[in-house]
Write a protein that binds this ligand. Structure first.
Ligand SMILES: [Zn+2]
Length: 174
């Protein structure tokens, strides 16, 4: 897993993940396959972060494996997808999931469903400034909670990490 990387390698890994997603989403109008994007991101991260060939290979191999593992997990446990997304997805994992969804064969019906569910999940995220009902709202960035007892409250930027993205907790009655 990515968590085995520490310090500068961890940062390089996250930067490479972002780079892969950017490339696959069609930077400058050209969409790239996962393999192409990985290859380019590997070269880019090696230069930008002054990594050795071995380090860059290690990051690229790990990212590829994570995307493959996520893909298998999702296909095998499609019905659990919604819960899984709501539990403890970190941003790095978000990016890996995005990679996987972008790489998926768009004609595969099951994966189309996953894409829809993913889009639904993302659409359910709330942002600072949104007016919300009573309940508990969790900062996606750090897990800090905001509680509201009455109706009509505006979510504030997270006091801990300044994050502005929240999700409503299911157990809203506290
Ligand atoms: Zn936060």
């Amino acid at each position: 897993m990515a968590s085995r990387f520490q310090g500068r390698l961890r940062e390089a890994y996250n930067a490479m993940s972002e780079r892969v997603v950017d490339l696959m989403q069609g930077e400058r109008g050209v969409r790239q396959s996962l393999d192409n994007a990985l290859m380019k991101a590997r070269e880019w991260v090696m230069a930008a972060r002054e990594l050795t060939h071995e380090e860059a290979d290690d990051l690229a191999t790990t990212l590829r494996r994570e995307v493959d593992e996520l893909s298998q997990t999702l296909v095998a446990a499609e019905e659990e997808f919604e819960d899984w997304v709501e539990t403890d997805l970190l941003f790095a994992e978000h990016r890996a999931v995005e990679c996987m969804l972008l790489a998926a064969d768009p004609t595969t019906r099951d994966l189309m469903r996953l894409k829809e569910m993913w889009a639904e999940q993302m659409a359910q995220l709330l942002h600072a400034g949104d007016v919300v009902d009573a309940g508990a709202y969790e900062c996606v960035g750090c897990g800090e909670l905001q509680h509201f007892e009455g109706g009509e409250n505006a979510l504030l930027a997270c006091p801990i990490c300044k994050g502005e993205v929240y999700r409503r907790l299911r157990s809203a009655v506290m």
